[in-house]
Design a protein around this ligand. Structure first.
Ligand code: ADP
Length: 179
C-alpha cells in the first residue's frame, strides 16, 4: 500500500479485490444501462447480492461520464456508486468523460456525507482505456477535489493487478512532485 496525504485526507493506492474492502462507498465500473457485466461489475453484484441490481433496474441507466448511487447489499459498505467511464475509442472526449465519472462519485460522497470511498480503475479493463493515460486523469481529479473543503477522510484506489498498481503509483509520484 502506498499512502499519501492531500490536505489532511489519506489517499491510498493498493492492490486487491474491491469487494473485500471496507469503505462507506464502493465505486463500480458500470455500463450506461446499469445492466451488469464482467470485471468489477460482476464481482460487486456477485458479492453484494441481488438487491443492488434491483435498484439499478429501477434507476434504469446512467449517462457516460457520471455516476448513480444504490445501497450496497451484503458488501461492507453503505453505498455503491455506479460510475460509467467511457469506452476508449479515441474520439477525443474520453478524458473529460473519465474525469466526469470520478468527479460524480466525489460529488455523491459529499452529498451523502461519507468519510471513505474506494475506487477501482474505471475504464481500463473491458473499456480499453490505456492505464498509463487513465491513471493520471483519475488521480488528478481526486487530488483536485481533495484540495477543496471536503468531508472525506480516506480515498482508496483498489487495483486488481500489479501492472495497474504500478501505473497508478507512477502517476501519483509525478502528480505529488507538482503539489
Ligand atoms: P471497465 O469496463 O470500466 O473497463 P472493468 O471492470 O472491465 O471495467 O475493468 C476495470 C479495472 O478493474 C481493470 O483494471 C480490472 O482488472 C479491474 N478489476 C476487475 N475486477 C476487479 C475487482 N474485483 N476489484 C478491483 N478491480 C477489479
Amino acid at each position: 500500500m502506498s499512502t499519501y496525504t492531500v490536505n489532511g485526507v489519506t489517499l491510498a493506492l493498493m492492490q486487491g479485490d474491491i469487494v473485500r474492502v471496507e469503505a462507506d462507498a464502493i465505486v463500480n465500473a458500470a455500463n450506461a444501462a446499469l445492466a451488469g457485466g464482467g470485471g468489477v461489475d460482476g464481482a460487486i453484484h456477485r458479492a453484494g447480492g441481488p438487491t443492488i441490481m434491483e435498484e439499478c433496474r429501477k434507476i434504469g441507466g446512467c449517462p457516460t461520464g457520471s455516476a448513480a448511487p444504490t445501497h450496497a447489499g451484503k458488501l461492507k459498505a453503505q453505498y455503491v456508486f455506479h460510475a460509467v467511464g467511457p469506452i476508449y475509442r479515441q474520439r477525443g472526449d474520453e478524458e473529460q468523460l473519465l474525469a466526469g465519472a470520478y468527479q460524480s462519485c466525489l460529488d455523491l460522497a459529499e452529498r451523502y456525507q461519507i468519510k471513505s470511498i474506494a475506487f477501482p480503475s474505471l475504464s481500463t479493463g473491458a473499456y480499453g482505456y490505456p492505464v498509463t493515460l487513465a491513471a493520471p486523469i483519475a488521480l488528478r481529479t481526486v487530488v483536485r477535489h481533495l484540495q477543496q473543503p471536503t468531508g472525506l477522510q480516506q480515498v482508496l484506489f483498489v487495483l486488481f493487478d500489479a501492472r495497474t498498481l504500478d501505473a497508478y503509483k507512477h502517476a501519483m509520484q509525478k502528480l505529488h512532485d507538482t503539489l
